[in-house]
Design a protein around this ligand. Structure first.
Ligand SMILES: Cc1ncc(C[n+]2csc(CCOP(=O)(O)OP(=O)(O)O)c2C)c(N)n1
Ligand SMILES: [Mg+2]
Length: 273
């Protein structure tokens, strides 16, 4: 992989990742395109610019860690890890097939370079907090990044981890809430409102940065700002669009867990050309 801070290069990588997401879920005829597409810029900015990691040395002890707590968005993580060189690009389209390393949710048994398995929502921030504490006691400068869904944060365990992170001043973790406004079968505000979200995290003792989660430059600045905050963990409230980049998927709850059919794949790839 070639690391870059250049916005247009990062945008080009984001488009390539979006194409993979469409092709993979299309080939699988199942999976979660909407929440994969909403997280693309967050992962691309982290993996190509911000995070310290080396695909040639996945066990590097002082690497930064990444946890996709909203594990159903596995296609975006698989596409990113493959394009970084951790896993093969050629087999991405075996997503969800028996025997594939690319199962429906990220699984360390099949991809050892993953920092955590995920899929049961609500667990990732607790794992991140533990990794943050461990890094601190090891005197390692590793930082830990954890992507959460806005529906996922309705889980009680998230708030236990939030309390824990602030109490223990775990300032080497950054949570990113992919605030796309949609969960499994509807809009978050109709199912169980999470607002006022910034005030909520602040009241739990977190440094809070609100931004557009598709704006790579804003993401770069936010991650840099988070790294300079001492004594508190940071959360990015990243406003995003579920299905971002594909007109008929954008802000459409249908594409949470429904794959594009053959015609839709062709249409989506045309839009992402
Ligand atoms: C503990 C648990 N309960 C339910 C599910 C089923 N589930 C998978 S995705 C999802 C909705 C998640 O919504 P959100 O966090 O907003 O994800 P995104 O919009 O980013 O796809 C649910 C309920 C699960 N994976 N784990
Ligand atoms: Mg959501």
């Amino acid at each position: 992989m070639t690391r870059t801070q250049n916005i247009s290069e990062l945008q080009a990588i984001a488009k390539c990742i979006r194409r993979h997401i469409i092709e993979m879920t299309g080939a699988a005829k199942s999976g979660h395109p909407g929440g994969s597409l909403s997280s693309v810029e967050i992962l691309v900015t982290l993996f190509w610019d911000v995070m310290r990691h080396d695909p040639a040395n996945p066990e590097w002890a002082d690497r930064d860690r990444f946890i996709l707590s909203k594990g159903h968005a596995a296609p975006v993580l698989y596409a990113v890890m493959a394009e970084c060189g951790y896993t093969p690009v050629e087999t991405l389209n075996t997503l969800r097939k028996l025997g594939s390393i690319y199962q429906g949710h990220p699984d360390k048994r099949f991809i050892p370079a993953l920092d955590a398995s995920a899929g049961s929502l609500g667990e990732g921030l607790s794992i991140a907090a533990g990794m943050g504490m461990a890094a601190r006691s090891d005197k390692s400068s590793s930082r830990i990044y954890c992507v959460l869904g806005d529906g996922e944060i309705q889980e009680g365990q998230i708030w236990e981890a939030a309390m824990f992170g602030a109490h223990h001043k775990i300032d080497n973790i950054v949570a990113i809430v992919d605030y796309n406004g949609i969960q499994l079968d509807g809009f978050v505000k109709d199912i169980m409102e999470v607002e006022p979200l910034v005030a909520k995290w602040q009241s739990f003792g977190w440094n809070t940065i609100e931004l557009n989660g598709h704006d790579i430059q804003a993401l770069q600045s936010a991650f840099a700002a988070a790294a300079s905050v001492k004594g508190k963990p940071t959360v990015l409230i990243a406003h995003t669009v579920k299905g971002k980049g594909v007109s008929f998927m954008e802000n459409n709850p249908k594409y949470h867990g429904v794959a594009p059919n053959k015609e839709e794949v062709a249409l989506a790839l045309k839009e992402l050309a």
